[in-house]
Design a protein around this ligand. Structure first.
Ligand SMILES: NCc1[nH]cc(CCC(=O)O)c1CC(=O)O
Length: 308
């Protein structure tokens, strides 16, 4: 039996690039597909910081609903935007080979790094904010929302020295400035740089097709990072970073949770043989919780609930 696979996607340039990539990859292995762009709630509310909206999965929910209603067969997501708990009936179909994982700084000249006066850096991410303030405690971090294109425009329009982006996102839509600075000291979001295809659990035809796009090492690394996040977060948004890399049959992991002001952190680093990487994310999260992470997460939860 053959059918045309309907690919649900957000309608931002980045999301469309990612969905088109999946469409091409499916075509290469003999499957026809069609793109169905759908506006997500996360793209519609632009005047509030994401963490104030207090919902995880704001970018993915609309597509989940479309899939559960039978309007699309798969959805393509930036994996870091996908909640660690997938909705009932929806499963991970494939993790595509991961692109660069790190953040970069887009700026208007780097003189601000040398002089002593405080700079203003824009980001909507608690994780980026906390890590920037940890390194540059005198700087000001302002909120920045919208899709990648919108955020680049806002940087140009405002009197800020720079803004932080995922390198992978800007590369994909060919908007990465040549002089952007790699922020390799910022630990990325769990699964940053990876694309996830989700499918319906009971759709064997589509799952068999999509499975062929899965990249084993990317699946393993992002799985460990998301286990770390899932164990720590308890459903709330928090400044959590995690990065796993596979190298020479080993998996290198680092994970961290920061206080909102970036002043405190609890981190962990571990290297294990690839074969025994399975429970690593959960184990590392439990160690972080034991070493002060629990108190950090509680104060973050209290600050979050004061917002709502
Ligand atoms: N939060 C939005 C988002 N989700 C995924 C990407 C980029 C691609 C990726 O990180 O996989 C971005 C943009 C950004 O963080 O600058």
């Amino acid at each position: 039996m053959s059918k045309i696979i309907r690919i649900g996607t957000r309608d931002s340039e980045l999301a469309l690039w990612q969905a088109t990539t999946v469409q091409q990859r499916l075509a290469e292995i003999g499957y026809d597909s069609t793109l169905i762009p759908i506006k997500s709630a996360g793209d519609q509310v632009l005047d509030k910081p994401l963490y104030e909206l207090g919902i995880t999965g704001i970018f993915t929910k609309t597509l989940d609903v479309a899939m559960l209603k039978g309007q699309v067969d798969i959805a393509v997501h930036s994996m870091k935007d996908v909640p660690t708990q997938l909705p009932q009936g929806i499963v991970q179909g494939a993790v595509l080979e991961r692109a660069v994982t790190h953040d970069i700084l887009v700026h208007k000249g780097l003189d601000f790094l040398e002089n002593d006066s405080p700079s203003t850096i824009a980001t909507g991410s608690l994780r980026r904010k906390a890590q920037w303030l940890n390194k540059y405690p005198n700087d000001r971090v302002v909120d920045l929302r919208g899709n990648v294109n919108t955020r680049l425009l806002k940087l140009i329009e405002n009197d800020w020295q720079g803004a932080i982006f995922a390198k992978a996102g800007l590369e994909r839509i060919k908007l990465l400035p040549k002089d952007a600075v790699l922020l390799d000291w910022i630990i990325p979001a769990p699964a940053q740089g990876a694309m996830l295809v989700v499918a319906l659990e009971n759709d064997d035809f589509t799952r068999t097709a999509v499975e062929k796009l899965n990249h084993k090492e990317s699946e393993l690394a992002t799985g460990v990072e998301r286990d770390f996040l899932r164990t720590l977060e308890g459903g709330c948004t928090a400044p959590i970073g995690a990065l796993a890399r596979c190298e020479n049959e080993k998996l290198h992991f680092e994970g961290v949770v920061f206080s909102l002001d970036g002043k405190q952190k609890v981190e962990i680093k571990k290297t294990v043989p690839l074969k025994s990487a399975d429970g690593l994310g959960t184990m590392c999260a439990n160690e972080v919780l034991k070493n002060g992470g629990q108190q950090l997460m509680e104060s973050i939860r209290n600050a979050n609930s004061a917002l709502h």
